[in-house]
Design a protein around this ligand. Structure first.
Ligand code: NAD
Ligand code: ZN
Length: 279
């Protein structure tokens, strides 16, 4: 458990166990984050667990529920998607219009701060619920980003498993296809993200659990922590003696478990953290 630094300002910002946390203003005085910075500096192996909230500052809205905002128009089940051509057409029409904005999104200061911490050796990995690829775009090596819910930048055949870059399928949609099918087997295509009722990719889940078991601090950023099993990873980490820090705009159900919780904006908080780690 983190020791309160004794500075009254710390209590306002990075409240420790059970105490209320006041919102962090956009321009942050580094002293306000002293409990977070102290905890991070004392933790050789930090793992970040991120959710949609880290990407809102890149213009991607957050959203509750697997599959994400890019399929918001009609979040289908896998069965529905397989059996109903109408569902598939509506899905691809949604993708045709929404994917360009996702493809154009840029990492924000929060993603860049985590990338700086990774480059400096402070961050051993990132487990993300996001499907936007922005951690990799910020410079974190592919193998250190665990995409629990898949990626919107890949498209997969549901029958034979062939994978394409989403941009190629986007070209087919733009050229007029309304329901792209697999060039090899004719099977239905879908973005390589998980749908309601679908299990997580087993390898990603295994890697996430290994990271949770092997970290000293889990830094949880921009997640409502209501989507399982991602929301269980902090519990696993804590059982393995890791500390927990939660940075989120709004309270989460796991706040009572956190050693430090920050009610604030991910980008500004992470920037100050990354700068302080470099001192
Ligand atoms: P969520 O939408 O349930 O929760 C996001 C949380 O982030 C909220 O509690 C919100 O208050 C907080 N938040 C928003 N902006 C913030 C900011 N700038 N700084 C700090 N906190 C901020 O997201 P989730 O927990 O990731 O679960 C939603 C599901 O939707 C996931 O499965 C995810 O795959 C998917 N999704 C992904 C994206 C993406 O890839 N960017 C976007 C939307 C949804
Ligand atoms: Zn196929």
């Amino acid at each position: 458990m983190i020791v309160n630094q004794g500075d009254p300002e710390n209590q306002a910002a990075g409240a420790t166990h059970g105490q209320p946390a006041a919102p962090i203003p956009p321009a942050i005085d580094r002293r306000l984050l002293a409990p977070l910075i102290g905890l991070a500096k004392a933790s050789p192996r930090i793992v970040a667990l991120t959710g949609a909230g880290i990407s809102t500052e890149s213009g991607i809205p957050d959203y509750r529920g697997p599959g994400g905002v890019w399929e918001r128009r009609s979040p289908p089940t896998l069965d529905d998607f397989r059996t109903n051509p109408e569902t598939r057409r509506a899905y691809w029409e949604g993708r045709r219009t929404s994917y360009p904005a996702l493809a154009a999104a840029q990492p924000n200061v929060g993603h860049l701060a985590l990338a700086a911490m990774a480059a400096a050796g402070h961050l051993t990995g990132v487990i993300t619920q996001n499907i936007d690829g922005l951690h990799q775009a910020a410079g974190i090596p592919e193998e250190r980003v665990i995409e629990l819910h898949g990626s919107a930048h890949r498209v997969r055949c549901l029958d034979c498993g062939t994978v394409w870059p989403a941009a190629e399928i986007q070209d087919r949609l733009t050229a007029g296809e309304s329901e792209p099918a697999c060039e090899h087997c004719g099977g239905p295509l879908r973005a390589a993200t998980i749908l309601f009722g679908e299990p997580l990719p087993p390898l990603a889940l295994q890697q996430a659990i290994a990271l949770a078991h092997g970290c000293d601090l889990m830094l949880i950023v921009g997640s409502s922590l209501v989507v399982r099993p991602a929301s269980q990873l902090p519990v696993l980490a804590q059982r393995a003696d890791a500390r927990l820090a939660i940075i989120n705009r709004t309270p989460t159900p796991l706040d009572p478990l956190a050693d430090v919780r920050i009610i604030g904006e991910a980008g500004p908080v992470l920037s100050v953290l990354a700068e302080s780690m470099a001192d």
